[in-house]
Design a binder for this molecule. Structure first.
Ligand SMILES: [Zn+2]
Length: 93
């Protein structure tokens, strides 16, 4: 079922434009890929906090299907952000 975002008319699933107002349906109405935007980053940060950088890089590669260098860069970028966060919080008491 494709519901028109413009006029709210319910259209047949195969419809590419609204039968009521002619608004073109966007591709994302069909099926959104299940993305996990924050969970991996949280996991990586957790690994970095416990000093498991290599594991974090491996996890990044598994999830994103990228090369070693790209994964390493991304994880190191996270590590930098993590360090900045820690220094901003003024150190642990
Ligand atoms: Zn419509």
């Amino acid at each position: 079922m494709s519901k028109c975002q413009f006029c709210g008319k319910k259209n047949p699933p195969a419809a590419e434009t609204c039968v009521e107002c002619g608004t073109k349906f966007l591709d994302r109405d069909r099926e959104e890929p299940p993305e996990r935007p924050d969970s991996l980053e949280e996991e990586l940060l957790e690994l970095l906090r416990s000093g498991q950088k290599i594991t974090a890089i491996k996890r990044y590669r598994e999830e994103n299907d990228v090369g070693l260098k790209e994964a390493k860069d991304a994880v190191e970028q996270l590590a930098v952000e993590l360090t900045e966060q820690q220094s901003l919080s003024g150190g642990e008491v």
